[in-house]
Write a protein that binds this ligand. Structure first.
Ligand SMILES: *Cc1c(COP(=O)(O)O)cnc(C)c1O
Length: 470
């Protein structure tokens, strides 16, 4: 065995061969490259010990180069990297929710590359507030008197409850005690904030009298939570916001609304229900509205809080605000995104989340045919390519169970099951994520960009022609 260990090529020789064949790795940190090379040969040492390798010739560098290169490339790949979303779920939390508008991307780059006015008051040269960067735009777009931003909507809800409800009770309808993605549950967030949840009504029905009966001297607020990721159908009743506001006013209590998705857009034009928008909730009298920046708003991850001047001032004064604040890159992207909303038509065209939601069934059918033609040309007989009517989803807990009509491009490989194609595409570079539907692997053009079609065809071709690893 010792002669085999001695026959292993040196790390330096391997490294220079790797860099000769993969010059793009030159810019990578040397210690990481060396570790990756060493790790590869450590695996081969294991092979020698287990007698899977027994001839010195089997250890020649030339024979190992393709696998060594693949190993080093994989080891050096960023962990956060682009994927192709062909699922048709527009706001896909696992894939980073909203894609930013070009204007927002440019703003992020500008903020990242140099110093900025993040907290600089240009009239005095002294310290300003980062909250002023987006407040005016939020007020303009929502009709609120004042506004602020924090790290995400979960933080926004926590801050509101901590500021106004700590030690007291908050009344919430039983039908609204939502859990979002497993890690955000209204009852738990409430507990963390030190507020006590007072559930009222039944799961499917809550009446104004239920709220009225629950109000006592410990009550701090009435809260409404948007039932983002599910729908109660059938025998169901919730209290209109106006009635809740009127009741709260009688008792000098505020009404908080956690809108979740928080849209500034009327989506009824694309067949979605006319859900409350941020301006409509504020106009109906809610004292504070909280919503996400990266759901249907189409901006960066952020929590936006809009409401009365007095309430927002109290929130800004809470020490927690410091721990929950947004960074400059987020604020740059958010400001640029909100600016686009000042012209609603351009917002629909420039903000990818809105553009994808508004794609019409006719356009999607045309795009699907184009994608299918491209795939047929590239794949030949290795795969059956067909079209099927299907549905896309807004995602991100917005418009649950509402279907957006689309045309799916369905792939049925001739030599392997669709499940295997799906796995190989996940292993590809970049990974391609689609969905399995009745023995076929389906691509939804809604979340694909046309300039990605060539890449999609290449990735599928590679996945179908990949030889199974020994
Ligand atoms: C999504 C959602 C949240 C959490 O928002 P994040 O921005 O993900 O923190 C809270 N409440 C509701 C109703 C939601 O839909």
């Amino acid at each position: 065995m010792n002669h085999l260990f001695r026959a292993l090529p040196s790390v330096d020789v391997c490294l220079s061969e790797v860099l000769r064949h993969a010059p793009e790795l030159q810019a990578q940190p040397r210690p990481l490259l060396r570790e990756a090379v060493t790790a590869y040969w450590d695996m081969r040492r294991e092979d020698i010990r287990a007698r899977r390798l027994s001839e010195a010739e089997q250890l020649a560098l030339a024979a190992h180069l393709p696998l060594l290169l693949a190993h080093v490339r994989a080891a050096l790949r960023p962990r956060l990297r682009p994927v192709i979303n062909a699922t048709g779920v527009v706001v896909h939390t696992n894939m980073g929710r909203s894609v930013l508008a070009p204007e927002a991307c440019e703003a992020v780059l500008r903020a990242a590359q140099g110093y900025s006015t993040l907290e600089l008051d240009l009239t005095t040269g002294g310290r300003g507030s980062r909250q002023t960067l987006t407040e005016e735009l939020i007020c303009r777009l929502t009709g609120a008197e004042a506004a602020m931003t924090v790290n995400n909507n979960a933080a926004a809800v926590l801050l509101v409850l901590d500021t106004f409800c700590r030690g007291g009770e908050v009344i919430v309808s039983r039908g609204e005690l939502v859990e979002i993605g497993g890690s955000f549950r209204i009852p738990e967030v409430m507990a963390k904030s030190g507020a006590h949840l007072r559930e009222v009504g039944a799961t499917n029905r809550t009446h104004l009298r239920d709220y009225a009966a629950a109000i006592n001297e410990n009550t701090r607020a009435l809260m409404r939570v948007h039932t983002s990721n599910y729908r109660i159908v059938g025998f169901h009743e919730a209290v209109p916001l106006e009635e809740m506001v009127a009741l709260a006013r009688q008792h000098d209590l505020p009404v908080f609304e956690d809108l979740g998705s928080g849209s500034l857009t009327d989506f009824s034009a694309c067949g979605l229900p006319n859900e409350p928008t941020v301006p409509s909730v504020l106009a109906a009298g809610a004292d504070i509205v909280t919503f996400s920046g990266d759901k249907v708003l189409g901006g960066p991850q952020a929590g936006i809080i809009a409401g009365s001047r007095e309430r927002i001032a109290a929130l800004k004064a809470n020490q927690l605000t410091r721990a929950l604040r947004c960074d400059k890159l987020t604020l740059a992207a958010l400001e640029a995104t909100l600016r686009l909303y000042c012209d609603p038509d351009s917002a629909r065209e420039r903000i990818p989340t809105l553009r994808m939601i508004f794609l019409s069934a006719e356009t999607l059918s045309r795009l699907a045919r184009r994608l299918a033609a491209r795939l047929r040309r590239t794949l030949g007989a290795t795969c059956r390519v067909s079209l099927r009517d299907g549905v896309s989803r807004v995602g991100g807990g917005a418009f649950p169970q509402y279907d957006l009509p689309t045309t799916l491009v369905c792939l049925q490989p001739t030599a392997c099951p669709a499940t295997q194609l799906r796995q190989r595409l996940l292993d590809g570079n970049p990974p391609l994520v689609g969905r399995l539907d009745e023995q076929a692997f389906c691509l939804d053009p809604r979340t694909l960009r046309e300039q990605e079609y060539g890449l999609v065809a290449r990735l599928v071709h590679n996945a179908l022609n990949e030889r199974t690893q020994p």
